[in-house]
Write a protein that binds this ligand. Structure first.
Ligand code: RVP
Length: 381
């Protein structure tokens, strides 16, 4: 029979709520710091905001990298394109001058550039990206607990020892230890939870992101205690709103990678399209037929689809989108009593909620006012 059958269900982030803690003056909303680590020592790259855009054709090109870098986050340039094209994107980002004091910079003051690589053509791609100025690499694979991934990380560490590499994706403690043992400077967590992902339906493999993070972050903390080295974790796939990001951070992630969220921004790679009178952007999975030329490199198979081709409603310029989401993240952290992400890791208390409890947290037992537009000002009378 199976080596192990876990009968506790796998959980999603949406099934948890954060308990409030004591809000000291030092953790009022405007005092909360969102600074976070993206790689382990010795490089210890930091971001001012814990948001990373997904390495996907329909999300992260040079425009997204510049816009999100300016906001203090990080875009991961996609590798489902030729090494020459990806290297050209790296150059474009390096040539743009960061304006904001809190932009994500490398030691030379230019934008810190992150680029994805696959486990097939790294010997050609990595030198092209590093020559172009890439500071940080992400191995882009749906299943990172593999011999191919270990070979790729080892190759990068041997040939480009100053360039940290983030491995992934894994969803188990064993997967985390494997990647750290292979030389990863950070670990990306999530399988089958992305908004355009059908891996769970097609192959039956995957795990709810909350359960994956609980197990992996627990293993990371054990690793920190035994080795003294803290390995940052990226939560990836299925984060829909700011509260999902906060929940992932509270469990122990250091950053959140989002695809659907950033695909809706003006700065994602594709032009807007009009559909039934509304504006959308195309958003498709790296395992969909639309990305088929590169699917084999990420999924190690080309016989069937693991992603879909979709539309997401436009949300306007990135800056405006982020202002609201970051305000929500800060407010949530303030309510838990955490003034920083490391503090959130130490003090957060999460609780699994019932379906009825989730319903209670939404408007209920009232009729929505038919004439007053939502948010209309009231004079109190
Ligand atoms: P989401 O933010 O829910 O849109 O998820 C984005 C993530 O989904 C990516 O960072 C990647 O890990 C995963 N992905 C990308 N393509 C596919 C697919 O075709 N199945 N999945």
């Amino acid at each position: 029979m199976a080596r192990r059958i876990r009968t506790e269900p796998s959980r999603t982030l949406a099934e948890f709520r954060l308990l409030p803690g004591f809000t000291a003056r030092e953790c009022s909303v405007d005092q909360v710091s969102l600074r976070t680590l993206v790689t382990a020592e010795p490089e210890s790259f930091t971001l001012e905001i814990p948001l990373v855009s997904a390495a996907m054709q329909s999300v992260s090109g040079s425009q997204m990298a510049i816009a999100l870098g300016e906001e203090g986050g990080l875009a991961v340039l996609f590798c489902s394109q030729s090494p020459a094209n990806e290297a050209a994107m790296v150059r474009e980002v390096k040539a743009a001058t960061p304006a904001s004091p809190t932009a994500t910079r490398s030691a030379d003051g230019r934008f810190l550039v992150a680029a994805a690589v696959n486990t097939h053509d790294h010997a050609e791609r990595v030198p092209a990206l590093v020559d172009a100025g890439a500071d940080l690499l992400f191995v882009d694979a749906s299943h990172g607990h593999s011999a191919f991934q270990a070979d790729t990380i080892a190759w990068i560490n041997a040939h480009c020892p100053t360039i940290p590499v983030i491995g992934g994706n894994v969803v188990t403690a064993e997967g985390f230890s494997f990647l750290v043992g292979a030389g990863a400077a950070g670990v990306k967590v999530g399988m089958g939870s992305g908004s355009i992902c059908i891996t769970q339906e097609q192959k039956g493999t995957g795990r709810g992101l909350a359960t994956a993070l609980i197990e992996v972050c627990g293993e990371r903390d054990r690793h920190t205690r035994s080795s003294g080295r803290y390995v940052p974790i990226v939560a990836d796939g299925g984060l829909v709103t700011a509260k999902d990001v906060v929940m992932a951070l509270a469990i122990g992630a250091d950053t959140a990678m989002l695809g659907r969220f950033f695909a809706r921004a003006d700065e994602s790679t594709n032009p807007k399209v009009k559909f039934e009178g509304r504006w959308f952007k195309p958003y498709w999975g790296e395992g969909s037929n639309r990305a088929r030329a590169w699917k084999e490199a990420r999924y190690h198979q080309s016989a069937f689809e693991e992603g879909i081709d979709a539309l997401v409603e436009c949300a306007g310029p990135l800056h405006g989108m982020l202002a609201e989401s970051l305000a929500m993240i800060r407010a949530s952290m303030s309510t838990t009593g955490a003034a920083s992400i490391p503090e959130l890791h130490r003090i957060a208390e999460l609780e699994l909620v019932s379906g009825l409890s989730i319903r209670e947290g939404q408007p209920h037992d009232v009729l929505l006012a038919p004439t007053t537009p939502p948010g209309a000002p009231s004079d109190g009378t």
